[in-house]
Write a protein that binds this ligand. Structure first.
Ligand code: ADP
Ligand code: ZN
Length: 747
């Protein structure tokens, strides 16, 4: 590239657009795109990013461009394909480019300082030398948990990763090493170091896996952007397909990026990548320390580590020579970031694949309707795994109609029991056979609301427009939106009537199991019980070791777990997510039910699923009970089309939040007028819904309003959104306005 005289620069400040700077003679030979630089901005200096040469400003006559002051690094922190992705993200999600870049970089690179090496490319690894924990360890819970983690993950595990999962693990690992239970070693990372490759590699693929792998290999060999949907039923061995595709990319000298919803919940998946590819894998999770984040960034950037496995933010990982992107559980809501840059990592993964010329695999047993529609339109190729590995049967599904389970005795309460007789029988039988049970209910706490028996008033949070949940273990009422805990009132505040504890949560289910099946060893997995990563790891490990018979939990139990001992899955109430005022409620319910059912019968013993519900005829429940993904999706897509919801429209939400109810309402109306005045021609089909008070009208004492925009395409919305973003500088800072493009949550 000839040395540019003008440079396009993203400044690391919350400002829109790219800025043009002049390039002083002394620096012209040193500039390459993606470098961190120092530029004057306003009256001070700031970190900037050199993005490429700039065209001279149009009416530049009397604009005196400021010069770049300094180049902070010789090899650019940002590779070219990532610059393209970050530019796209800033534009699409209406967020300042400099902030988008700073958000993607590890903190070590976001200061206006010269580059420093994180540390030499040496990483410390730990490996278990035993296959199970010796009895002596029972009295050392920290050591026992740490060893359990190593055994679950398998192979050599970076010490840094264990220390993330289990606080204090560095010290604990030294103790385990001195007892001879663990080996610690320093590994020098270099391209091609692949010890461990081949561990746990099944010799034969299933015919369906084989067909999918062949297609992916061919795509990786040809190179270029090729998107696939890997639709494989639960337990069909999707992970092995990903692993084989990553192997092929490595053989071709290409890097891979694997996105997963939550690492702490799926240590097994990480373990399979780790044991297959050893030190060639960087595991990127949200709790990495700054130094570790920098280390991984630089190792990936240099190509000494060629595979990144990580959560949504890893979509920005600087994998060298990117050949393959995998998004596992692509339907999972956690791929959407809900603050700052509100991106959808699955969508960005596809964009990145297009820009980098990489193969993209979106995998799921329950693909999102967005992805399904892209497949129907021929944009993505579909690969299918319709059968489980080893021809294991899909679990049998049975409905328990709670309307029939209500006690007939008029003197008894009208509520159905939490655990119906069929459920209790099935649980007792399963536990009797030495097998395990998962009970799923997507509500935490003991009772989800308190209601006055006399006047019907429910107890609400003072700061939020929601009911408080009763947590018996803490004997507190907790707001699940602001987290505030309150004492439990004896009587109704309005009329002093007695308060009923209604609505079942996981805590109550756990208590019920303990009471009805006293011989069962019960544990609970939800955000209240898994308070730390340590607790979570230990819980999952204990369940895997079969020290727990019944695991009660929220959607945390529905994730990709692979516990062969689980032969019975019970859904305590399928109805909880049906009535949420969100056009995705039905899809979300179907996904959750199908995913949790998929935890049953993954080992050699067949699985069984019981679903308790008051709505056996509701579409998602009925279709899930019939294993009918196709039928559900067809019907739901029709409904979405008829009502003009995504994937047949694109949306953007403008959300407002302010202390003052009047001021927030008036800004909402102001923005409504502004949008009305700048509406594109009617033929573009843009529609404005609102301004309206948000479905949850108050959170943390702040009043919430929203405006929804719908249009047939994103392109029809884009100019309006750009105008709106520019207008936001005029909004009083007491009202916070955010633009959420392709929003996920409707509340
Ligand atoms: P999915 O992600 O599709 O639900 P997994 O990838 O977790 O399924 O695979 C289910 C189980 O089958 C895992 O325990 C995995 O190790 C095993 N498995 C996958 N492929 C094979 C194969 N070809 N031969 C034997 N076992 C396999
Ligand atoms: Zn609250």
């Amino acid at each position: 590239m000839p040395a540019p005289s003008l440079a396009s620069v993203a400044v690391g400040r919350p400002v829109r657009g790219e800025y043009t700077y002049s390039v002083p003679e002394s620096l012209s030979g040193r500039l390459s795109p993606g470098q961190r630089i120092l530029v004057p901005f306003g009256r001070s200096m700031t970190l900037g990013f050199f993005l490429g040469p700039a065209a001279p400003p149009a009416e530049s006559a009397n604009v005196k461009l400021k010069p770049i002051l300094k180049v902070l690094e010789d090899s650019p922190s940002l590779p070219p394909d990532l610059i393209a992705l970050l530019r796209f993200a800033a534009e699409h999600y209406r967020y300042p480019l400099g902030e988008v870049i700073r958000g993607a970089l590890p903190p070590g690179l976001t200061k206006a300082e010269e580059e420093k090496e994180a540390k030499p490319d040496v990483q410390e690894f730990a490996e278990a030398l035993v296959t199970e924990a010796p009895a002596a360890l029972r009295r050392a819970p920290a050591q026992s948990a740490t060893l359990a983690y190593l055994l679950t993950v398998g192979g050599r595990v970076p010490v840094e990763e264990v220390a993330h999962a289990i606080p204090g693990a560095r010290e604990t690992l030294r103790k385990l090493a001195s007892r001879g239970l663990v080996r610690l070693e320093q590994v020098v990372l270099a391209p091609g170091v692949r010890e461990g490759l081949g561990q746990n590699r099944p010799e034969h693929l299933t015919p369906e896996q084989d067909a999918a792998v062949k297609e992916l290999h061919a795509a990786v060999d040809t190179g270029g952007f090729q998107p696939f949907l890997l639709h494989g039923v639960t337990g069909s061995g999707k992970t092995e397909v990903y692993l084989r595709a990553v192997e092929r990319a490595l053989e071709q000298g290409k890097g891979s990026l694997v996105l997963v919803p939550e690492i702490a919940l799926t240590p097994q998946l990480v373990g399979r990548f780790r044991s297959r590819f050893g030190a060639d894998v960087a595991v990127l999770h949200s709790a990495l320390k700054d130094r570790e984040r920098l280390f991984h960034w630089q190792a990936l950037r240099k190509g000494t580590v060629r595979i990144a496995v990580g959560v949504r933010s890893a979509v920005f990982a600087p994998v060298e020579n990117l050949g393959l992107i995998v998004v596992d559980e692509e339907h999972d809501p956690s791929f959407k970031q809900e603050d700052k840059l509100r991106y959808q990592a699955r969508d960005l993964a596809v964009v990145r694949g297009k820009q980098a010329g990489a193969v993209v695999v979106l995998g799921s047993a329950t693909p999102s309707l967005e992805t399904l529609e892209n497949t129907r339109r021929g944009r993505y190729r579909k690969l299918e795994l319709k059968h489980r590995v080893d021809d294991r049967p899909m679990p049998t599904l049975q409905c328990v109609d709670l309307r029939q389970e209500r006690p007939k005795d008029p003197l008894q309460t009208q509520e159905a029991p939490i655990l119906s007789q069929p459920l209790l029988d099935a649980m007792a039988e399963t536990i009797g056979r030495g097998q395990q049970v998962i009970l799923f209910l997507n509500r935490r706490g003991h009772s989800t609301f308190l209601l006055c028996e006399v006047c019907g008033t429910s107890v609400k949070c003072g700061d939020c427009d929601v009911c408080l949940t009763y947590h018996r273990s803490q004997n507190r009422l907790v707001c699940h939106y602001c987290g505030e805990a309150h004492g439990v009132p004896e009587h109704c505040r309005e009329c002093t009537g007695p308060l009923l504890k209604l609505g079942i949560g996981t805590e109550r289910v756990e208590a019920e199991v303990a009471e009805r099946i006293p011989q069962a060893r019960v544990a609970r997995l939800d955000r209240d019980s898994a308070t730390s990563a340590e607790r979570l790891t230990e819980l999952l490990a204990a369940f895997a070791r079969r020290e727990i018979d019944v695991l009660v939990g929220t959607q945390m139990v529905a994730k990709g777990h692979d516990f062969p001992g689980v032969t019975l899955v019970c859904v305590v109430m399928a109805d909880t997510s049906l009535a949420i005022p969100d056009f995705r409620a039905s899809e979300r319910t179907f996904h959750l039910l199908t995913q949790v059912a998929g935890r049953a019968g993954r080992g050699k013993d067949p699985g069984r699923v019981l679903v308790q519900t008051y709505n056996p005829d509701a579409e998602p429940v009925r279709r899930m009970l019939a294993h009918d993904f196709e039928g559900f999706s067809e019907g739901e897509l029709e409904r979405r089309r008829a009502l003009s919801w995504p994937p047949y429209t694109r949306m953007a939400a403008v959300r407002l939040e302010g202390e003052s109810a009047e001021q927030t309402a008036s800004v909402a109306r102001f923005l409504g007028d502004f949008i009305g005045r700048h509406m594109p021609p009617a033929s573009w089909g843009v529609r404005l819904l609102g301004p309206a008070v948000a479905p949850i009208s108050r959170i943390r004492g702040k009043t919430r309003w929203q405006l929804l925009l719908k249009a047939p395409t994103h392109a029809a919305l884009a100019p309006l959104l750009a105008r709106l973003e520019a207008k936001l500088v005029d909004i009083p800072s007491a009202v916070r306005v955010t633009i959420d493009v392709d929003p996920a949550a409707m509340l």
